[in-house]
Ligand binder design. Structure first.
Ligand SMILES: Nc1nc2c(c(=O)[nH]1)N[C@H]1C(S)=C(S)[C@@H](COP(=O)(O)OP(=O)(O)OC[C@H]3O[C@@H](n4cnc5c(=O)[nH]c(N)nc54)[C@H](O)[C@@H]3O)O[C@H]1N2
Ligand SMILES: Nc1nc2c(c(=O)[nH]1)N[C@H]1C(S)=C(S)[C@@H](COP(=O)(O)OP(=O)(O)OC[C@H]3O[C@@H](n4cnc5c(=O)[nH]c(N)nc54)[C@H](O)[C@@H]3O)O[C@H]1N2
Ligand SMILES: [Mo]
Length: 634
């Protein structure tokens, strides 16, 4: 039998899927062929969802720590104990901290936000993911908006600023393949070592963290040649000061700063200058904003697209992302109350240790923050000082193993959800195809039971799903959505076509500063990039797949290879410490880079995050993971 469901992993593609259950007990998961974006295929992560439900190491009963060891307890015992802890802190809500990340997506997933906002507990600010680029784009345009992804088929040129089409968004990659079949040219700008060669006509290798210099050099060239769009100039709020900033730049220096050549510059300038009237679409990956000047990187690329007249144009535009919540109403959770304070998530260990009043209760759901945030060793220390930690998860992650109570949650295809995408405008319905394993429960129901114990009336689940669809962009009923599996929100296919930007004066904002890239400390002259894994979402990796040494990749000509003794253990080292690794080579990777695929767990010696120092991006308070100086040593 076929059931329509959706993948709830934190991924832009946000696929609608068919879960096929056979009489023989076999289960297969495939892409929904009727969905306009999924188009009948899904990636390895989505196909594996069922294996994950049946994993032997899955936690399926509530666990409480008794004399140091986890002991199974019933739900009432666990929730009564948690309610007592919370009740004792009701008068000092700042002492309670709620950490929720995006291990799974959906409107019901906002349940914990509802509860902890209602309590006025402490929450987090900043981000681990894409807020540098989001805030940068909002500074420029006033709001997040991009063309429909299928409009890429109308482009003449697609300039890919560092998205890895082969790993992080396969459906976007499919559109790129289709565009190339139709004769569109794709140019990728990246540090290399990714899977983009097969998606691109030309690849330009850039030094990581420095795209703003290439974009600035291109803008400078367009201005010198007189190719800037006059409409764009008129629509800029700060054109005069920006012109001065750009005129003061030296082309040769800009190119040196990003390791790009005069040829690269000329080729791109000819494309952006629109010599042959073909529209140019720019795609911004999220890698280039995970650097200390990640926000500025995004702002200069946006400015380039805007000044060259490519914004608001069919086949043109800039794609960073849209808000995955923009088509769904979750005001019941968001407006439930105001957090007492917000601790900075990319520095969370340090923040907890220095919090005043101290954090005495911690609730974590949909997050493996102990392993996933920088300076992970400090997170362990921070956890030790908290009286009571509750983790809602199904696996014994680096975070869960440090909890006092673990509450087992229903997983994808075991719980109903409605969720949006940060890339396309379809809203998906994810179904309860299987009963939650063992005693696992929907996060929403866990929250509701706890809320009642605290005298807080939780909203009705069905009502929340109905309310979610009550937005100006959707015209579907819950019944229709359940039946069809998706609905399409109504937005213009071309963003900013009217050239009316979302700032109060309707004008675009150009960047005010261009910062030089900080120098690396003595002895650490390589740069560690902890990039997405093709087969897993972040740390959602089976433990059985983590029993070998983690691999790092460097350029086959990297000087460090000449100094390493291959017969001795090799370590990846940063000023924070070192970990043993296996080294492999790539021919196209920038010689400055070391790549590690992210998500490996600390308990298996496979996480890079204990080695990554806390650095915060210039805009959006995001973890600047990729600005990490590193080296390899014996
Ligand atoms: N070194 C390095 N680290 C990084 C990054 C990097 O670039 N470099 N990137 C960062 C990025 S982009 C992100 S988005 C973060 C992601 O980091 P996290 O948000 O912590 O995401 P995951 O590692 O996927 O862990 C999510 C957890 O949610 C659990 N989960 C799944 N479904 C459910 C459910 O229905 N209910 C509940 N309660 N839990 C569920 C999973 O089992 C898993 O343990 O990591 C960041 N970490
Ligand atoms: N398979 C898989 N897919 C995923 C995820 C996953 O864990 N696994 N995670 C999902 C999530 S939460 C996220 S946030 C996204 C992440 O999606 P992406 O941002 O696409 O992924 P990253 O691997 O962080 O970075 C992408 C590429 O950025 C390039 N890069 C790094 N620094 C720079 C730079 O300074 N300039 C340029 N031009 N390029 C640079 C690197 O070459 C890298 O290949 O993926 C989502 N999709
Ligand atoms: Mo992310």
């Amino acid at each position: 039998m076929d059931h329509i469901s959706a993948c709830t992993l934190d991924c832009p593609d946000c696929c609608s899927v068919l879960v096929r259950t056979g009489d023989d007990g076999n289960v297969s998961i495939t892409g929904n062929p009727d969905h306009p974006f999924t188009k009948g295929f899904i990636c390895a992560k989505g196909r594996r969802a069922y294996t994950r439900l049946c994993a032997e190491d899955r936690i399926t009963t509530p666990l409480m720590r008794v004399n140091g060891a986890f002991t199974p307890v019933d739900w009432d015992t666990a929730l009564d104990a948690i309610a007592d802890k919370i009740a004792a802190l009701r008068e000092t809500p700042a002492a309670m901290l709620h950490i929720r990340s995006h291990g799974y997506r959906g409107v019901l997933a906002e349940a914990s936000t509802f509860l902890f906002r209602s309590l006025g507990a402490s929450s987090t600010r900043g981000a681990l993911c894409d807020d540098a680029g989001i805030e940068a784009s909002i500074m420029d345009f006033g709001a997040l908006h991009h063309n429909d992804p299928h409009d890429l088929l109308n482009a003449g040129f697609i300039i890919n600023w560092g998205k890895d089409f082969s790993r992080s968004s396969l459906h976007l990659g499919q559109i790129i393949k289709e565009a190339r079949k139709r004769g569109k040219k794709v140019i990728t700008i990246s540090p290399g070592g990714d899977g983009n060669a097969e998606y691109s006509d030309t690849v330009i290798r850039i030094r990581p963290g420095t795209d703003r210099f290439l974009a600035a050099a291109l803008i400078r060239k367009l201005l010198v040649r007189g190719y800037a769009s006059s409409t764009a100039l008129l629509k800029s709020a700060n054109w005069e000061s920006f012109k001065e900033l750009i005129s003061a730049q030296d082309e040769r220096r800009l190119l040196q700063a990003c390791d790009c050549s005069q040829n690269d510059l000329n080729m791109l300038a000819n494309i952006y200058a629109n010599m042959d009237m073909k529209p140019v679409a720019s795609i911004l990956g999220w890698g280039l904003q995970r650097h200390v000047f990640g926000g500025e990187n995004v702002r200069f690329i946006n400015a380039l697209a805007f000044l060259s007249g490519q914004v608001g144009r069919k086949g043109g535009g800039v794609y960073f992302n849209i808000s995955s919540g923009r088509n769904l109403n979750t005001s019941w959770a968001r407006d439930a109350g105001t957090p007492a304070r917000r601790l900075l998530i990319p520095a969370i260990g340090r923040e907890i240790l220095s919090a005043e009043p101290a954090i005495r209760f911690l609730w974590v759901d949909g997050s493996n923050f102990v392993n996933q945030t920088p300076d992970a060793a400090t997170n362990i220390k921070a956890m030790e000082g908290i009286d009571c930690t509750v983790v809602v998860d199904s696996y014994m992650t680096d975070t869960a193993m440090r909890a006092d109570v673990i509450l087992p949650c229903a997983q994808n295809h075991e719980r109903e959800e409605i969720l949006g995408s940060c890339l396309h405008n379809h809203v998906q319905y994810s179904a309860e195809v299987f009963p939650p394993k063992g005693e696992s429960r929907h996060d929403f129901d866990i929250m509701s039971d706890l809320a009642r114990r605290l005298g807080i009336t939780p909203p009705d689940r069905e009502e929340v799903l109905r309310q979610a669809l009550d937005t100006p962009f959707l015209s579907t009923s819950l019944e229709e959505l359940r039946d069809k599996g998706f609905a399409t929100a109504n937005h213009p296919a071309i963003a900013w076509e009217e050239y009316e930007f979302a700032h109060p004066d309707g004008k675009y904002r150009l960047p005010e500063t261009l910062h030089t890239e900080p120098a690396f400390p003595e002895g650490f002259d390589m740069q560690l990039m902890s990039l997405v894994h093709r087969d897993y979402l972040h740390s959602q990796i089976p433990e059985t797949a983590q029993n070998t040494l983690p691999t790092v990749w460097v350029n086959s000509g990297a000087p460090v290879l000449g100094t390493l003794d291959r017969d001795k253990p090799i370590y990846l080292a940063t000023p924070k410490g070192r970990m043993e690794v296996t080294v492999e080579v790539l021919t196209d990777l920038h010689p400055r880079c070391i790549i590690i695929r992210r998500g490996g767990w600390m308990k298996h010696g496979a996480s890079a995050n204990p080695l990554i120092e806390t650095r915060i991006t210039d805009i959006g308070e995001t973890a600047a993971y990729y600005s990490q100086p590193a080296r390899l040593e014996n």
